[in-house]
Design a protein around this ligand. Structure first.
Ligand SMILES: [Zn+2]
Length: 312
């Protein structure tokens, strides 16, 4: 009975039973059996994540500190959105959980002119890079103690919540660090996007790995609906939400087709590589053309505040 529970744990969000969905890179992924939820997660939760994040060279993914491209501040949508927030809500203190190359904190300090900007980063090379930029970044995983229980007007967590072993505890602790009317900005992939839905079908038809899953780093894979339900169950209310398209090169990398071809330089592997890359690129271009009318996209950023703050 205990073994069955560990293989088919209940959904962390709605409590429904889960069933096996797919294997990716040797990690089992279950899906919540509630049709309105469909939360997808790694079973069992990977251990030794401390080791993965303290030394893993690719933890910063889209903007690696090691690439040293940091000539200026890279203004992605997440940063420009936050700067608008700072200007309209008079935000003075910011916490950035998962600071990576320090881009967000730099922008908050330089452009947003906030008075206090603190970061947390478990990856050693990224943390050292941030320190080199003169930023106040604490080395380690998020806890209230690492920032001495200080409170903030805005907490940013871009591409973080899908990595943590207990998202409920994580969000609860972050909420406790909010000042009155404080805001949390959460960015994470959206598995109910057309990109994820179509590439899932492709993965079955073409027998490819599904690029939307990236274990062991991504443990919990949210959709717009189940993320909203999850945050609302923690007494947070949605203020706004926006979407961004996927990064095609990153998604192609998650198919591991080049790696497989290098391992076995056969005609079959070369054909699979060509078919896989072409199919993914076609879907990407097709969705790019439809982007103006798409309701959702692959990367979702949700702004929330505590329900109890709304009465003020
Ligand atoms: Zn569920």
């Amino acid at each position: 009975m205990e073994l069955a529970n560990s293989l088919f744990p209940n959904c962390m969000i709605c409590g429904s039973k889960s069933k096996f969905l797919v294997l990716k890179d040797g990690f089992k992924h279950n899906i919540c059996m509630n049709d309105k939820c469909l939360f997808i997660f790694v079973v069992p939760v990977p251990s030794n994540l401390d080791k993965v994040y303290s030394s893993y060279p690719n933890v910063c993914i889209d903007d690696l500190p090691i690439r040293q491209f940091h000539a200026g501040i890279k203004m992605n949508k997440n940063i420009s959105f936050s700067i608008n927030l700072i200007n309209s809500f008079k935000i003075e203190s910011v916490l950035d959980i998962g600071s990576r190359n320090g881009n967000f904190l730099l922008a908050m300090k330089k452009i947003g002119r906030v008075k206090s900007a603190i970061g947390i980063e478990p990856n050693t090379s990224a943390w050292q890079y941030c320190k080199g930029l003169g930023l106040d970044v604490r080395h380690g995983f998020f806890s209230k103690e690492i920032v001495s229980n200080q409170k903030f007007d805005l907490i940013n967590m871009a591409d973080v919540i899908e990595h943590v072993t207990n998202p409920r505890l994580f969000i609860r602790q972050a909420t406790q660090l909010l000042n009155q009317n404080g805001l949390i900005l959460i960015r994470t992939p959206n598995l109910s996007s057309y990109w994820s839905k179509i590439t899932y079908k492709l993965s079955i038809v073409l027998r490819l790995p599904w690029s939307s899953l990236t274990p062991p780093e991504h443990i919990y894979n949210f959709s717009k609906n189940n993320l909203t339900n999850f945050l609302e169950s923690e007494s947070l209310e949605i203020q706004s939400i926006y979407f961004e398209p996927p990064n095609l090169l990153y998604e192609l990398g998650q198919l591991h087709l080049i790696k497989q071809y290098r391992k076995e330089r056969s005609l079959g592997r070369a054909f699979k590589f060509l078919v896989g890359f072409s199919a993914y690129t076609l879907v990407f271009v097709f969705l790019k053309l439809l982007q103006p009318i798409l309701q959702e996209n692959f990367s979702q950023t949700i702004l929330v505040k505590r329900v109890s703050d709304s009465q003020y």
